[in-house]
Design a protein around this ligand. Structure first.
Ligand SMILES: [Zn+2]
Length: 456
């Protein structure tokens, strides 16, 4: 006994300075622990649970931060399916969840969940606010990754935060699914429908159909479908109508391309809405016709000098005439001078710009008739083809003026350009499901699951 007392005394003896510094270190460690716990609670909703400990694990170079959670004894465990409190049935094995990294160190949450007896019958896993099904990622972490995946590509996001591409995909999937279920679709009056080329070749499988809302102030992607058939549009509209009763009835304007299946299905589903043809696509058709004329004429040129003069004018011809200035203007003049038929086609294309400037549908109609008869007399087959097409869509073209020129090419095309950028950024993923997630995530303006912390 005497011996023990003696040893204790020997242990207690330390130089004065050391006692102080050891205490300070202990106090610091506790303070940092407390602050980490507080931070953790701010980032992730942990209602009904306590953070038992936070510590560094592993050797330098492979360190991670581990937070052990426990149930708060003051609260009853709740069922994960109905949210009601229930009696504990049994305990499951310990699980871990990846959490938002701190200063580049991975963070892991550990907890041993139990099963509770659901008031509606059966034993179910208890509700944990950070858990989403069987996902090994905490919900705050998934939201964190999904937020970054909007700014970086999925691959970059995974690399920057030292996680897997799969983790990013699951995170985006959860956020998008939540957003689609919780979005509000009332008050949509203007739709834009367009196609996006995806993959190689002109087969139907290589296109996706996009439906946008293009109301002033609210521009977002509403739906994506594979291919560009009547059935595609039908599926899209049915989906939106199912999500929001009276969706179709509220539509006033639908802006689309001249693509036949689209026009047919729009007329069938929402005949009361004005179907406006997108000026952008009509300009595209005209440009294509000018280019066809040029190619034909250029290949027929025999004179070497004339050939040299006509070379390299393709992009100048397709540009808006008034925007070609300086040296380019000189070049354009030379090209037009050496290619007679192309020059006539170019002049027709340029004069059609006047059509969009009218305010009244009556005057626009008069101009359209004059222009198309001129084009039909031009003996340029590609131009005549465009003229015939415009004549047969006269009513739809004039809807642009009836809609007060509000829905111009910029709106749908602007959205489509953004979609194209996203498509390029997520290249390498040939799966339509991934494409869908990327586009909904970046262009859908979807609401996000509620969170206690805004990461970025
Ligand atoms: Zn339940």
């Amino acid at each position: 006994m005497g011996f023990v007392t003696k040893t204790l005394r020997a242990c207690e003896w330390r130089p004065r300075g050391l006692i102080g510094s050891a205490n300070i270190q202990n106090n610091l460690a506790t303070a940092i622990q407390l602050q980490l716990k507080t931070l953790l609670r701010r980032v992730q909703d942990l209602a009904g649970f306590i953070v038992k400990s936070v510590r560094l694990v592993g050797d330098p170079g492979h360190t991670h931060i581990e937070a052990v959670l426990a149930a708060d004894p003051r609260f009853k465990r709740r069922c994960s399916c109905c949210g009601k409190p229930g009696r504990i049935h049994d305990y499951l094995g310990q699980r871990h969840w990846h959490f938002v990294p701190l200063w580049g160190f991975p963070v892991i949450l550990r907890y041993t969940p139990c099963r509770v007896i659901c008031p509606q019958g059966g034993a179910t896993v208890e509700a944990m606010p950070w858990n989403r099904g069987k996902s090994p990622y905490a919900s705050a972490y998934m939201l964190f990754l999904a937020r970054w995946a909007r700014r970086l590509s999925w691959k970059e996001t995974a690399a920057v935060f030292q996680t897997s591409w799969e983790a990013v995909r699951r995170s985006v999937e959860w956020v998008v699914e939540w957003g689609l279920e919780n979005r509000v679709l009332t008050g949509v009056t203007a739709l834009g429908i367009d196609e996006l080329h995806w993959g190689r070749g002109k087969k139907s499988e290589n296109f996706v159909t996009l439906i946008y809302q293009i109301d002033a102030g609210v521009r977002r992607l509403l739906w994506i479908g594979h291919k560009r058939k009547e059935a595609t549009i039908k599926a899209g509209i049915t989906f939106l109508e199912q999500q929001c009763d009276g969706f179709l009835a509220g539509l006033r304007v639908i802006c689309s391309d001249m693509w036949k299946p689209y026009l047919k299905e729009i007329a069938r589903q929402a005949g009361w809405a004005l179907n406006v043809l997108d000026p952008f696509h009509i300009v595209q058709h005209l440009n294509l016709a000018v280019d066809t004329v040029r190619r034909g004429e250029q290949s027929r040129l025999r004179d070497k000098a004339a050939r040299a003069r006509a070379k390299g004018g393709r992009f100048l011809l397709l540009k808006r005439g008034t925007r070609v200035r300086g040296k380019a203007r000189e070049k354009l003049k030379a090209v037009l001078g050496s290619l007679g038929a192309t020059s006539r086609a170019w002049e027709l294309k340029e004069s059609f710009r006047k059509f969009w400037q009218y305010r009244s549908p009556t005057w626009a109609a008069a101009y359209l008739r004059a222009w198309t008869s001129r084009a039909l007399r031009s003996r340029l087959e590609p131009m005549r083809k465009v003229a015939r097409m415009l004549r047969s869509h006269e009513e739809l073209l004039l809807n642009y003026f009836r809609a007060k020129r509000q829905y111009n090419s910029g709106v749908v095309e602007g959205m489509n350009n953004k979609a194209r950028v996203e498509l390029a950024r997520s290249f390498g993923h040939r799966s339509f499901i991934v494409l869908k997630l990327v586009l909904y995530h970046t262009l859908g303006a979807l609401p996000e699951p509620p969170s206690s912390h805004k990461f970025c």
